[in-house]
Design a protein around this ligand. Sequence first.
Ligand SMILES: [Fe+2]
Length: 283
Amino acid sequence: MPDILDDILIRPLSDVMAAEVVGLDLREPIPADVMTRLETALNQYHVLCFRNQSLSKLEQIEATKQFGALDVHVQSNRSSDIPLIHIVTNLDENNQPRQTIAAKGSVHWHSDKSYRHAPSHATFLYALEVPEEGGETEFANMILAFEALPSARQQELAALKVVHSWPDSVRRTNKREATDEEKANWPPIAQPLARTHIGSGRKGLFLGQHASYIEGREADGRGLIDELEAWSTQQRFRYAHKWRVGDLLMWDNSCLIHRAAAFDGDRYRRLMHRTVTQGPVPR
Ligand SMILES: [Fe+2]
């Protein structure tokens, strides 16, 4: 059932997660009662799509701040003149689309900055140019995936910790060694494998590309992680967001993993601006 608050409509986009928010201009301050409704909706749907936005970079930063303290980007994009905005694109310095510079790391399932002691809470991705085909952002609902497991299995997994590691992630994904600075900033960090979602108290699996091994079972590598990731990314736990220009998508990294679907990067243009908010230490 759509939920109408004044002239703002919140409408589910699938049975698994995600709702669209229509009638809200994020350039304006969000009234307290609307913010309460949005927070409830985020806890329920985990992905909110604010339709028909028109935001400059600075306006996106101000809009993001209404939901929480901004997180700085660790790898500031070379083409962004404002470090708090990360540019996600396949466009080169001459503004031409190139398959070779489509964001490669994003094609793997991940939770943003899960390798940090306190990972990002919400990610905000604002679409300025979108491909006609492909380029969806896909999500998997880690709470539903966990709750669908037999209860004995849930208890077993809830006793485990998973080590997220930036150095291991870049070695596997980017085929390079982390720099000394990266190793010092983001050493491997043990987190609960079954993470408690603050907004609902429910547990969800905390996995993704940066997950390296189960604490105490380093020799097994990603064996169990890969098995649980395959389980969690079944179609019944998934939602794929088909982008429209003007969408600002906000999602909760604490209970989702996501990835970018492929598209023809030599033919189509994809340009998005990303901001993130700070999150708590997972429990
Ligand atoms: Fe991401």
